[in-house]
Design a binder for this molecule. Structure first.
Ligand code: XMP
Length: 501
Protein backbone atom coordinates (compact mmCIF):
# COMPACT_ATOMS: atom_id res chain seq x y z
CA UNK A 1 0.00 0.00 0.00
CA UNK A 2 2.64 2.45 1.08
CA UNK A 3 5.40 1.70 -1.44
CA UNK A 4 7.36 4.84 -2.10
CA UNK A 5 6.08 6.50 1.05
CA UNK A 6 9.31 5.94 2.87
CA UNK A 7 12.29 7.85 1.59
CA UNK A 8 15.51 5.84 1.92
CA UNK A 9 17.36 8.86 3.26
CA UNK A 10 14.80 9.91 5.79
CA UNK A 11 13.79 7.50 8.50
CA UNK A 12 10.57 7.72 10.44
CA UNK A 13 9.44 6.52 13.79
CA UNK A 14 6.11 5.97 15.52
CA UNK A 15 5.44 9.60 16.38
CA UNK A 16 6.03 10.68 12.77
CA UNK A 17 2.89 8.96 11.48
CA UNK A 18 -0.73 8.20 12.20
CA UNK A 19 -2.79 5.30 10.89
CA UNK A 20 -5.50 6.57 8.58
CA UNK A 21 -8.95 5.39 9.76
CA UNK A 22 -10.74 3.28 7.15
CA UNK A 23 -14.18 1.85 6.45
CA UNK A 24 -15.01 -0.43 9.32
CA UNK A 25 -17.48 -3.13 10.13
CA UNK A 26 -15.13 -4.33 12.81
CA UNK A 27 -15.88 -3.99 16.50
CA UNK A 28 -12.81 -3.85 18.75
CA UNK A 29 -14.21 -6.62 20.95
CA UNK A 30 -14.57 -8.95 17.98
CA UNK A 31 -11.10 -8.67 16.42
CA UNK A 32 -8.59 -11.50 16.32
CA UNK A 33 -5.14 -10.50 17.61
CA UNK A 34 -3.45 -13.87 16.97
CA UNK A 35 0.16 -13.57 15.81
CA UNK A 36 3.06 -15.84 14.94
CA UNK A 37 6.08 -15.49 17.22
CA UNK A 38 8.38 -18.02 15.52
CA UNK A 39 7.85 -21.29 13.66
CA UNK A 40 4.62 -22.86 14.96
CA UNK A 41 4.43 -20.70 18.10
CA UNK A 42 1.18 -18.76 17.85
CA UNK A 43 0.28 -16.10 20.41
CA UNK A 44 -3.20 -14.81 21.21
CA UNK A 45 -1.71 -11.31 21.56
CA UNK A 46 1.37 -10.06 19.66
CA UNK A 47 3.32 -9.06 22.76
CA UNK A 48 6.74 -10.23 23.91
CA UNK A 49 8.49 -9.11 27.10
CA UNK A 50 12.09 -8.01 26.62
CA UNK A 51 15.09 -10.17 27.51
CA UNK A 52 16.26 -7.67 30.10
CA UNK A 53 17.29 -8.20 33.70
CA UNK A 54 14.75 -5.70 35.01
CA UNK A 55 11.96 -7.07 32.84
CA UNK A 56 11.81 -10.83 32.31
CA UNK A 57 12.46 -13.62 34.75
CA UNK A 58 10.11 -16.52 35.53
CA UNK A 59 7.39 -14.43 37.18
CA UNK A 60 7.06 -12.10 34.19
CA UNK A 61 7.29 -14.98 31.70
CA UNK A 62 4.48 -16.84 33.49
CA UNK A 63 2.26 -13.74 33.51
CA UNK A 64 3.02 -12.92 29.85
CA UNK A 65 2.17 -16.46 28.73
CA UNK A 66 -1.00 -16.58 30.82
CA UNK A 67 -2.22 -13.45 29.06
CA UNK A 68 -1.47 -14.83 25.60
CA UNK A 69 1.99 -13.37 24.94
CA UNK A 70 5.45 -14.74 25.68
CA UNK A 71 8.40 -13.70 27.83
CA UNK A 72 12.06 -14.01 26.89
CA UNK A 73 14.07 -14.77 30.02
CA UNK A 74 17.20 -12.64 30.06
CA UNK A 75 20.69 -14.13 30.05
CA UNK A 76 22.39 -11.89 32.55
CA UNK A 77 22.74 -14.86 34.91
CA UNK A 78 24.48 -18.22 35.05
CA UNK A 79 23.33 -21.07 32.83
CA UNK A 80 22.00 -22.96 35.86
CA UNK A 81 20.02 -19.96 37.09
CA UNK A 82 18.51 -19.28 33.67
CA UNK A 83 17.54 -22.94 33.25
CA UNK A 84 15.95 -22.84 36.68
CA UNK A 85 13.87 -19.76 35.70
CA UNK A 86 12.67 -21.59 32.59
CA UNK A 87 11.84 -24.65 34.67
CA UNK A 88 9.65 -22.52 36.96
CA UNK A 89 7.66 -21.31 33.96
CA UNK A 90 7.27 -24.72 32.37
CA UNK A 91 6.14 -26.23 35.64
CA UNK A 92 3.75 -23.46 36.60
CA UNK A 93 0.69 -24.49 34.66
CA UNK A 94 -0.21 -27.48 32.61
CA UNK A 95 -3.14 -29.55 31.49
CA UNK A 96 -1.67 -32.68 32.91
CA UNK A 97 1.80 -32.77 34.40
CA UNK A 98 3.36 -35.73 32.63
CA UNK A 99 6.63 -35.75 34.56
CA UNK A 100 5.72 -34.56 38.05
CA UNK A 101 8.49 -33.61 40.42
CA UNK A 102 8.63 -36.36 43.04
CA UNK A 103 10.55 -37.13 46.20
CA UNK A 104 11.82 -40.51 47.45
CA UNK A 105 10.53 -41.91 50.76
CA UNK A 106 13.90 -41.14 52.34
CA UNK A 107 13.53 -37.39 51.72
CA UNK A 108 13.12 -35.25 54.82
CA UNK A 109 10.29 -32.85 55.41
CA UNK A 110 12.55 -29.83 54.96
CA UNK A 111 13.53 -31.12 51.48
CA UNK A 112 9.85 -31.26 50.60
CA UNK A 113 9.22 -27.80 51.97
CA UNK A 114 12.15 -26.32 50.00
CA UNK A 115 10.93 -27.98 46.80
CA UNK A 116 7.34 -26.83 47.28
CA UNK A 117 8.54 -23.31 48.04
CA UNK A 118 10.80 -23.17 44.95
CA UNK A 119 8.08 -24.22 42.50
CA UNK A 120 5.16 -22.81 44.50
CA UNK A 121 3.67 -26.33 44.59
CA UNK A 122 1.11 -27.23 47.20
CA UNK A 123 2.03 -30.90 47.20
CA UNK A 124 4.49 -33.51 45.95
CA UNK A 125 4.04 -37.23 45.17
CA UNK A 126 6.37 -39.67 46.92
CA UNK A 127 7.65 -42.54 44.76
CA UNK A 128 10.12 -45.41 45.21
CA UNK A 129 13.12 -46.04 42.96
CA UNK A 130 10.96 -47.87 40.42
CA UNK A 131 8.44 -45.05 40.20
CA UNK A 132 5.67 -46.72 42.25
CA UNK A 133 3.44 -44.17 43.91
CA UNK A 134 3.69 -44.47 47.69
CA UNK A 135 1.72 -41.42 48.74
CA UNK A 136 1.39 -37.69 48.38
CA UNK A 137 2.54 -34.94 50.69
CA UNK A 138 0.51 -31.73 50.57
CA UNK A 139 0.51 -28.43 52.44
CA UNK A 140 -2.40 -29.77 54.45
CA UNK A 141 -0.28 -32.65 55.79
CA UNK A 142 2.41 -30.36 57.11
CA UNK A 143 0.35 -27.37 58.20
CA UNK A 144 1.05 -27.87 61.93
CA UNK A 145 4.62 -29.15 61.65
CA UNK A 146 7.32 -27.34 63.54
CA UNK A 147 10.95 -27.56 64.71
CA UNK A 148 12.38 -31.07 64.59
CA UNK A 149 9.42 -32.35 62.52
CA UNK A 150 11.31 -31.01 59.52
CA UNK A 151 14.14 -33.49 60.10
CA UNK A 152 11.76 -36.47 59.86
CA UNK A 153 11.10 -38.42 56.63
CA UNK A 154 8.22 -37.38 54.39
CA UNK A 155 6.66 -40.85 54.81
CA UNK A 156 5.73 -39.89 58.41
CA UNK A 157 3.42 -37.16 57.10
CA UNK A 158 2.27 -38.13 53.60
CA UNK A 159 -1.21 -39.36 52.79
CA UNK A 160 -1.04 -42.97 51.60
CA UNK A 161 -4.08 -44.80 52.94
CA UNK A 162 -7.13 -44.25 50.78
CA UNK A 163 -5.11 -42.22 48.30
CA UNK A 164 -7.36 -41.22 45.42
CA UNK A 165 -5.78 -41.92 42.03
CA UNK A 166 -7.00 -42.29 38.46
CA UNK A 167 -5.86 -44.22 35.42
CA UNK A 168 -3.61 -42.89 32.70
CA UNK A 169 -5.82 -41.38 29.99
CA UNK A 170 -8.27 -39.71 32.41
CA UNK A 171 -9.52 -36.52 30.75
CA UNK A 172 -9.42 -33.10 32.42
CA UNK A 173 -13.22 -33.13 32.74
CA UNK A 174 -13.24 -36.56 34.37
CA UNK A 175 -10.42 -35.46 36.65
CA UNK A 176 -12.36 -32.35 37.62
CA UNK A 177 -15.33 -34.52 38.69
CA UNK A 178 -13.08 -36.83 40.75
CA UNK A 179 -11.33 -33.88 42.42
CA UNK A 180 -14.69 -32.35 43.25
CA UNK A 181 -16.20 -35.58 44.55
CA UNK A 182 -13.31 -36.27 46.93
CA UNK A 183 -12.67 -32.62 47.77
CA UNK A 184 -8.98 -33.03 47.00
CA UNK A 185 -6.57 -30.79 45.11
CA UNK A 186 -4.27 -33.24 43.37
CA UNK A 187 -5.05 -36.34 41.38
CA UNK A 188 -2.10 -38.65 40.63
CA UNK A 189 -2.48 -40.78 37.51
CA UNK A 190 -1.05 -44.29 37.74
CA UNK A 191 -0.39 -47.02 35.20
CA UNK A 192 -1.33 -50.71 35.41
CA UNK A 193 1.47 -51.53 37.86
CA UNK A 194 0.94 -48.57 40.18
CA UNK A 195 3.69 -46.32 38.81
CA UNK A 196 3.11 -42.59 38.80
CA UNK A 197 2.45 -41.45 35.21
CA UNK A 198 1.05 -37.95 35.68
CA UNK A 199 -0.65 -35.47 37.94
CA UNK A 200 -3.71 -33.27 37.48
CA UNK A 201 -4.30 -30.42 39.92
CA UNK A 202 -7.26 -28.22 40.78
CA UNK A 203 -4.99 -25.20 40.37
CA UNK A 204 -4.17 -26.12 36.77
CA UNK A 205 -7.81 -26.74 35.91
CA UNK A 206 -8.77 -23.41 37.47
CA UNK A 207 -5.99 -21.55 35.64
CA UNK A 208 -7.20 -22.98 32.34
CA UNK A 209 -10.57 -21.42 33.06
CA UNK A 210 -9.05 -18.14 34.29
CA UNK A 211 -6.64 -17.77 31.34
CA UNK A 212 -8.32 -19.27 28.27
CA UNK A 213 -5.95 -17.42 25.90
CA UNK A 214 -2.75 -18.57 27.57
CA UNK A 215 0.17 -19.48 25.31
CA UNK A 216 0.67 -23.19 25.85
CA UNK A 217 2.86 -25.88 24.33
CA UNK A 218 1.51 -29.21 23.06
CA UNK A 219 1.55 -30.60 26.59
CA UNK A 220 -0.41 -27.72 28.09
CA UNK A 221 2.59 -26.02 29.71
CA UNK A 222 3.07 -22.27 29.43
CA UNK A 223 5.31 -21.18 26.58
CA UNK A 224 8.65 -19.62 27.42
CA UNK A 225 11.62 -18.27 25.46
CA UNK A 226 15.11 -17.44 26.68
CA UNK A 227 17.98 -15.30 25.48
CA UNK A 228 21.38 -16.68 24.55
CA UNK A 229 24.61 -15.01 23.45
CA UNK A 230 27.17 -15.98 20.83
CA UNK A 231 30.05 -16.96 23.11
CA UNK A 232 31.86 -20.21 23.74
CA UNK A 233 29.24 -21.40 26.23
CA UNK A 234 26.38 -21.17 23.68
CA UNK A 235 25.94 -24.93 23.24
CA UNK A 236 26.05 -25.52 27.00
CA UNK A 237 23.41 -22.84 27.59
CA UNK A 238 21.10 -24.07 24.83
CA UNK A 239 21.44 -27.67 26.03
CA UNK A 240 20.41 -26.63 29.55
CA UNK A 241 17.44 -24.66 28.22
CA UNK A 242 16.34 -27.50 25.94
CA UNK A 243 16.54 -29.85 28.91
CA UNK A 244 13.91 -27.62 30.56
CA UNK A 245 11.70 -27.79 27.41
CA UNK A 246 12.30 -24.21 26.27
CA UNK A 247 10.01 -23.24 23.36
CA UNK A 248 12.41 -20.84 21.61
CA UNK A 249 15.84 -19.34 22.13
CA UNK A 250 16.56 -15.76 21.17
CA UNK A 251 20.05 -14.84 20.01
CA UNK A 252 20.33 -11.57 21.81
CA UNK A 253 22.79 -9.12 20.30
CA UNK A 254 22.79 -5.43 19.48
CA UNK A 255 24.12 -6.04 15.95
CA UNK A 256 22.64 -9.15 14.41
CA UNK A 257 23.96 -8.59 10.89
CA UNK A 258 27.34 -9.97 11.88
CA UNK A 259 29.42 -13.10 11.44
CA UNK A 260 29.14 -14.25 15.05
CA UNK A 261 25.36 -14.17 15.00
CA UNK A 262 25.16 -16.08 11.73
CA UNK A 263 27.54 -18.64 13.19
CA UNK A 264 25.51 -18.84 16.39
CA UNK A 265 22.32 -19.63 14.45
CA UNK A 266 24.15 -22.33 12.52
CA UNK A 267 25.65 -23.74 15.72
CA UNK A 268 22.22 -24.03 17.30
CA UNK A 269 20.47 -25.34 14.23
CA UNK A 270 23.29 -27.87 13.68
CA UNK A 271 22.53 -29.56 16.99
CA UNK A 272 18.85 -28.68 17.54
CA UNK A 273 17.28 -28.37 14.07
CA UNK A 274 13.73 -28.30 15.43
CA UNK A 275 14.29 -25.65 18.10
CA UNK A 276 12.73 -22.27 17.25
CA UNK A 277 15.47 -19.64 17.05
CA UNK A 278 14.87 -15.91 16.93
CA UNK A 279 17.85 -13.73 16.11
CA UNK A 280 18.74 -10.07 15.88
CA UNK A 281 18.86 -7.24 16.02
CA UNK A 282 18.90 -5.93 12.47
CA UNK A 283 17.36 -2.97 10.65
CA UNK A 284 18.04 -3.71 6.98
CA UNK A 285 16.80 -6.05 4.27
CA UNK A 286 20.33 -7.46 3.98
CA UNK A 287 20.30 -8.23 7.68
CA UNK A 288 17.01 -10.09 7.32
CA UNK A 289 18.32 -12.08 4.36
CA UNK A 290 21.50 -13.10 6.16
CA UNK A 291 19.73 -14.26 9.32
CA UNK A 292 17.03 -16.05 7.37
CA UNK A 293 19.61 -17.83 5.24
CA UNK A 294 21.41 -19.01 8.37
CA UNK A 295 18.14 -20.53 9.63
CA UNK A 296 16.50 -17.95 11.93
CA UNK A 297 12.79 -18.62 12.52
CA UNK A 298 11.99 -15.02 13.48
CA UNK A 299 14.01 -11.84 13.19
CA UNK A 300 14.25 -9.17 15.81
CA UNK A 301 14.36 -5.63 14.48
CA UNK A 302 15.56 -2.45 16.17
CA UNK A 303 18.85 -0.69 16.81
CA UNK A 304 18.79 2.15 19.28
CA UNK A 305 15.01 2.46 19.59
CA UNK A 306 14.73 1.35 23.21
CA UNK A 307 13.82 3.82 25.92
CA UNK A 308 17.07 3.16 27.77
CA UNK A 309 19.28 2.96 24.65
CA UNK A 310 22.13 5.29 23.88
CA UNK A 311 23.46 3.24 20.95
CA UNK A 312 22.60 5.88 18.37
CA UNK A 313 24.24 8.72 20.25
CA UNK A 314 27.25 6.69 21.37
CA UNK A 315 27.95 4.95 18.06
CA UNK A 316 26.06 7.11 15.58
CA UNK A 317 24.43 3.93 14.24
CA UNK A 318 20.83 2.77 14.19
CA UNK A 319 17.57 3.53 12.49
CA UNK A 320 14.32 5.09 13.67
CA UNK A 321 12.10 2.16 14.50
CA UNK A 322 9.17 2.51 12.13
CA UNK A 323 11.42 2.71 9.07
CA UNK A 324 13.45 -0.22 10.40
CA UNK A 325 10.33 -2.36 10.71
CA UNK A 326 9.03 -1.18 7.35
CA UNK A 327 12.18 -1.97 5.37
CA UNK A 328 12.93 -5.29 7.05
CA UNK A 329 9.39 -6.58 6.91
CA UNK A 330 9.10 -6.07 3.10
CA UNK A 331 11.91 -8.61 2.67
CA UNK A 332 10.77 -10.80 5.58
CA UNK A 333 7.31 -11.17 4.06
CA UNK A 334 8.83 -12.42 0.80
CA UNK A 335 10.92 -14.92 2.75
CA UNK A 336 8.04 -15.96 5.01
CA UNK A 337 9.79 -15.15 8.28
CA UNK A 338 8.14 -13.13 11.06
CA UNK A 339 9.54 -9.85 12.36
CA UNK A 340 9.61 -8.95 16.05
CA UNK A 341 9.66 -5.14 16.37
CA UNK A 342 11.94 -4.59 19.36
CA UNK A 343 11.98 -1.35 21.35
CA UNK A 344 10.51 2.12 21.31
CA UNK A 345 6.91 1.26 22.22
CA UNK A 346 5.69 4.06 24.47
CA UNK A 347 1.91 3.89 23.99
CA UNK A 348 -0.51 1.22 22.76
CA UNK A 349 -0.86 3.15 19.49
CA UNK A 350 2.79 2.36 18.75
CA UNK A 351 1.93 -1.35 18.77
CA UNK A 352 -0.71 -0.68 16.13
CA UNK A 353 1.79 1.29 14.05
CA UNK A 354 4.48 -1.41 14.41
CA UNK A 355 2.05 -3.98 13.05
CA UNK A 356 0.81 -1.77 10.22
CA UNK A 357 4.48 -1.30 9.29
CA UNK A 358 4.87 -5.08 9.03
CA UNK A 359 5.93 -6.65 12.30
CA UNK A 360 4.13 -9.73 13.62
CA UNK A 361 4.89 -9.13 17.27
CA UNK A 362 6.49 -6.39 19.35
CA UNK A 363 9.01 -6.70 22.15
CA UNK A 364 8.50 -4.36 25.06
CA UNK A 365 10.77 -3.29 27.92
CA UNK A 366 9.96 -0.01 29.65
CA UNK A 367 6.17 -0.37 29.59
CA UNK A 368 6.46 -3.69 31.43
CA UNK A 369 9.40 -2.86 33.73
CA UNK A 370 7.10 -1.02 36.14
CA UNK A 371 4.75 -3.93 36.70
CA UNK A 372 4.43 -6.05 39.80
CA UNK A 373 5.87 -9.07 37.97
CA UNK A 374 9.14 -7.48 36.83
CA UNK A 375 12.31 -8.30 38.78
CA UNK A 376 13.27 -4.63 39.24
CA UNK A 377 13.56 -3.22 42.75
CA UNK A 378 10.79 -0.97 44.03
CA UNK A 379 11.89 2.60 44.82
CA UNK A 380 10.02 5.31 46.67
CA UNK A 381 10.47 8.94 45.72
CA UNK A 382 8.36 11.94 46.76
CA UNK A 383 5.64 9.57 47.91
CA UNK A 384 5.41 7.80 44.55
CA UNK A 385 6.46 4.25 43.72
CA UNK A 386 8.91 3.39 40.97
CA UNK A 387 10.73 0.29 39.76
CA UNK A 388 14.30 0.25 38.53
CA UNK A 389 14.92 -0.26 34.82
CA UNK A 390 18.18 -0.29 32.89
CA UNK A 391 19.60 -1.02 29.47
CA UNK A 392 21.38 -4.33 29.02
CA UNK A 393 24.23 -2.25 27.64
CA UNK A 394 24.37 -0.02 30.71
CA UNK A 395 27.37 -0.15 33.02
CA UNK A 396 25.37 -1.91 35.73
CA UNK A 397 24.03 -4.64 33.46
CA UNK A 398 27.30 -5.20 31.60
CA UNK A 399 29.11 -6.15 34.76
CA UNK A 400 26.90 -9.26 34.60
CA UNK A 401 26.83 -11.63 31.62
CA UNK A 402 25.55 -9.34 28.90
CA UNK A 403 28.59 -7.31 27.81
CA UNK A 404 29.01 -9.30 24.60
CA UNK A 405 25.59 -8.06 23.46
CA UNK A 406 27.28 -4.75 22.75
CA UNK A 407 30.44 -6.18 21.18
CA UNK A 408 32.48 -4.84 24.07
CA UNK A 409 33.86 -8.33 23.95
CA UNK A 410 37.48 -7.26 23.84
CA UNK A 411 36.92 -6.96 27.56
CA UNK A 412 35.07 -10.25 27.86
CA UNK A 413 36.11 -13.84 27.78
CA UNK A 414 33.56 -16.16 26.23
CA UNK A 415 30.81 -13.66 26.84
CA UNK A 416 31.64 -13.15 30.50
CA UNK A 417 32.97 -9.98 31.98
CA UNK A 418 35.82 -9.76 34.40
CA UNK A 419 34.16 -7.12 36.55
CA UNK A 420 37.16 -5.79 38.39
CA UNK A 421 39.53 -5.55 35.46
CA UNK A 422 37.09 -4.86 32.68
CA UNK A 423 34.56 -2.42 34.06
CA UNK A 424 36.78 0.57 33.29
CA UNK A 425 37.06 -0.54 29.67
CA UNK A 426 33.36 -1.00 29.00
CA UNK A 427 31.70 1.42 26.62
CA UNK A 428 28.05 1.52 27.67
CA UNK A 429 25.21 1.87 25.17
CA UNK A 430 22.43 2.19 27.69
CA UNK A 431 21.47 3.99 30.85
CA UNK A 432 20.14 3.02 34.27
CA UNK A 433 16.95 4.57 35.55
CA UNK A 434 13.45 3.96 36.85
CA UNK A 435 9.88 3.86 35.62
CA UNK A 436 6.65 4.50 37.56
CA UNK A 437 5.22 1.49 39.33
CA UNK A 438 2.44 0.22 37.07
CA UNK A 439 0.63 -2.46 39.12
CA UNK A 440 -0.15 -5.99 37.93
CA UNK A 441 0.93 -6.98 34.42
CA UNK A 442 -2.62 -8.09 33.62
CA UNK A 443 -3.89 -4.52 33.98
CA UNK A 444 -1.12 -3.08 31.80
CA UNK A 445 -1.66 -5.71 29.09
CA UNK A 446 -5.40 -5.10 29.21
CA UNK A 447 -4.77 -1.47 28.26
CA UNK A 448 -2.16 -2.30 25.62
CA UNK A 449 -4.34 -4.94 23.96
CA UNK A 450 -7.38 -2.68 24.34
CA UNK A 451 -5.52 0.05 22.42
CA UNK A 452 -4.52 -2.45 19.73
CA UNK A 453 -8.13 -3.64 19.39
CA UNK A 454 -9.29 -0.06 19.18
CA UNK A 455 -6.73 0.66 16.43
CA UNK A 456 -7.95 -2.38 14.51
CA UNK A 457 -11.49 -1.04 14.83
CA UNK A 458 -10.46 2.34 13.33
CA UNK A 459 -8.60 0.59 10.51
CA UNK A 460 -11.52 -1.77 9.86
CA UNK A 461 -9.18 -4.72 10.35
CA UNK A 462 -10.55 -7.92 11.87
CA UNK A 463 -7.11 -9.59 11.95
CA UNK A 464 -3.50 -8.48 12.23
CA UNK A 465 -2.94 -9.48 8.59
CA UNK A 466 -5.72 -7.08 7.61
CA UNK A 467 -4.21 -4.39 9.85
CA UNK A 468 -0.96 -4.65 7.87
CA UNK A 469 -2.79 -3.32 4.81
CA UNK A 470 -3.76 -0.04 6.55
CA UNK A 471 -2.22 3.25 5.44
CA UNK A 472 0.02 5.71 7.25
CA UNK A 473 -0.03 9.45 6.95
CA UNK A 474 2.93 11.56 7.94
CA UNK A 475 2.33 14.15 10.71
CA UNK A 476 4.04 17.43 11.37
CA UNK A 477 5.24 18.67 14.74
CA UNK A 478 1.96 20.55 15.07
CA UNK A 479 0.04 17.40 14.22
CA UNK A 480 1.94 15.47 16.85
CA UNK A 481 1.20 18.06 19.50
CA UNK A 482 -2.45 17.88 18.54
CA UNK A 483 -2.34 14.10 19.10
CA UNK A 484 -1.53 14.50 22.76
CA UNK A 485 -3.75 16.28 25.29
CA UNK A 486 -3.28 20.01 24.75
CA UNK A 487 -4.47 23.30 26.17
CA UNK A 488 -5.69 21.65 29.35
CA UNK A 489 -4.06 20.70 32.61
CA UNK A 490 -4.33 16.97 33.18
CA UNK A 491 -5.78 16.52 36.66
CA UNK A 492 -6.33 12.80 36.76
CA UNK A 493 -3.98 10.15 35.40
CA UNK A 494 -5.45 7.81 32.80
CA UNK A 495 -4.39 4.14 33.11
CA UNK A 496 -3.05 4.17 29.54
CA UNK A 497 -1.58 7.65 29.25
CA UNK A 498 1.47 8.98 31.03
CA UNK A 499 3.76 11.39 29.34
CA UNK A 500 7.30 12.37 30.14
CA UNK A 501 7.61 9.72 32.81
P1 XMP B 1 11.89 -0.29 25.34
O1 XMP B 1 11.76 0.95 24.54
O2 XMP B 1 10.66 -1.14 25.27
O3 XMP B 1 13.07 -1.12 24.62
O4 XMP B 1 12.31 -0.01 26.74
C1 XMP B 1 13.50 -2.39 25.03
C2 XMP B 1 14.57 -2.88 24.07
O5 XMP B 1 15.73 -2.05 24.14
C3 XMP B 1 16.88 -2.79 23.72
N1 XMP B 1 17.94 -2.58 24.71
C4 XMP B 1 18.98 -1.75 24.54
N2 XMP B 1 19.38 -1.03 23.47
N3 XMP B 1 21.20 -0.21 24.75
C5 XMP B 1 20.52 -0.27 23.58
O6 XMP B 1 20.92 0.39 22.61
C6 XMP B 1 20.85 -0.91 25.85
O7 XMP B 1 21.50 -0.83 26.91
C7 XMP B 1 19.70 -1.73 25.73
N4 XMP B 1 19.08 -2.59 26.60
C8 XMP B 1 18.01 -3.07 25.93
C9 XMP B 1 16.47 -4.24 23.66
O8 XMP B 1 16.36 -4.57 22.29
C10 XMP B 1 15.14 -4.25 24.39
O9 XMP B 1 14.29 -5.31 24.01
Amino acid sequence: MNDGFFDRFEALTFDDVVVVPGWSETLPDAVDTTATFARDIELAVPLVSAAMDKVTEARMAVAMARHGGIGVIHRNMSIADQASEVQKVKRSQSGMITDPVTLPPTALLHDAEALMHKFKFSGVPITDDDGHLLGILTNRDIRFCEGSDFDRPVTDFMTSDGLVTAEVGTSLDEAKAILQEHRIEKLPLVDGVGCLAGLITVKDIQKRLDFPNASRDGRGRLRCAAAVGVGADLEERVAALVEMSIDAVSIDTAHGHSANVIKAIERIKGSWPDLAVTAGNVVTEEGVEALHKAGADAIKVGVGAGSICTTRVVSGAGMPQLSAIWHTSRRAQQLGVPIIGDGGITFSGDIVKAIVAGSQTVMIGSLLAGTEESPGEMELMDGRRYKSYRGMGSMGAMTGDSADRYATSQSTAGGRTDVGAASKKLVPEGIEGRVPYAGPLGDVLYQLVGGLRSGMGYAGAATLDALRTARFMRVTTAGREESHPHDVTVTKEAPNYQRGS
